[in-house]
Design a protein. Structure first.
Length: 256
């Protein structure tokens, strides 16, 4: 069984600095794999080991990843790494990213399952898994906490605000893994050394059969302004304060 796991090498927001004008300075930040993506990689690694499968990591970025970043990704349990790069990926557009990742997954020879974290560390839109699933024509299952083999299919445990579900899928699918589904491994020296021996494939967007949508241009941007809130202090004895509060809420249409 071949598994693919999507992840993103992104700037660590903990390293960012806030300038005097309120803007965010990212110049001194280091790249990391988010805890969201690490959880997906860990779930994928455990499942691949259980079924004797292969786990391929797929990522997309404007420029090739440094060799140290590739080794870091591989040391988390990937058997093979595919990196897609191109200027089309400069904008933080989940549609373009998802279409490119879907094309990269197709170029591998379609895997049996594609795993993904809940969201990226920098944008956090959480839309890429759905775009990938739509482009592949596969179902997308979110909020998954466990993946296991069931006969010739795949069993999933899904935790929602309404409770826990047990699912079985017989065909390929895109599966979004919840952040706390697994504790990511901390790569040791052996894993780091072994990572240097595993293959990395570098692809350009132009190498893939993908139609890039018209980019969305940000023409203006302003800092967020907190809404003004009116404050009123009610004083007096408890009965008078309660009566005043009820009268105020009714005057604003908040109580019948």
């Amino acid at each position: 069984m071949k598994l693919a796991v999507l992840f993103k090498w992104a700037a660590n927001p903990r390293d960012a600095r806030i300038a005097d004008d309120g803007s965010v300075d990212w110049s001194g930040t280091r790249g990391v794999i988010s805890a969201y993506d690490q959880a997906a990689i860990e779930v994928g690694r455990r499942f691949a080991d259980a079924v004797g499968g292969q786990l391929v990591g797929v990522t997309a970025a404007p420029e090739p990843l440094p060799s140290a970043a590739c080794r870091t990704a591989l040391s988390h349990g990937l058997d093979h790494l595919v990196v897609v790069t191109g200027p089309e990926l400069t904008a933080t557009d989940p549609t373009t990213t998802g279409l490119v990742l879907a094309a990269a997954v197709t170029s591998l020879g379609l895997p049996d399952l594609v795993l993904s974290g809940e969201a990226s560390l920098d944008v956090g839109a959480g839309l890429v898994p759905a775009v990938v699933a739509g482009a592949l024509g596969w179902p997308m299952i979110d909020q998954v906490t466990a993946v296991h083999a069931v006969g010739r299919g795949v069993g999933l445990t899904r935790r929602t605000p309404h409770g826990e579900q047990s699912l079985t899928i017989a065909g390929p699918a895109v599966v979004e893994i919840q952040r706390y589904a697994a504790t990511p491994r901390v790569p040791g020296l052996r894993a780091t050394l072994d990572a240097a021996k595993r293959p990395t494939t570098q692809l350009g967007v132009a190498d893939l059969a993908v139609a890039i949508p018209t980019p969305v241009a940000v023409v203006a941007q302003a800092p967020a302004v907190a809404p003004e809130r009116e404050g009123r202090r009610i004083e007096g004895d408890p009965a008078a304060m309660a009566s005043s509060l009820v009268a105020t809420l009714r005057s604003r249409g908040l109580l019948p």
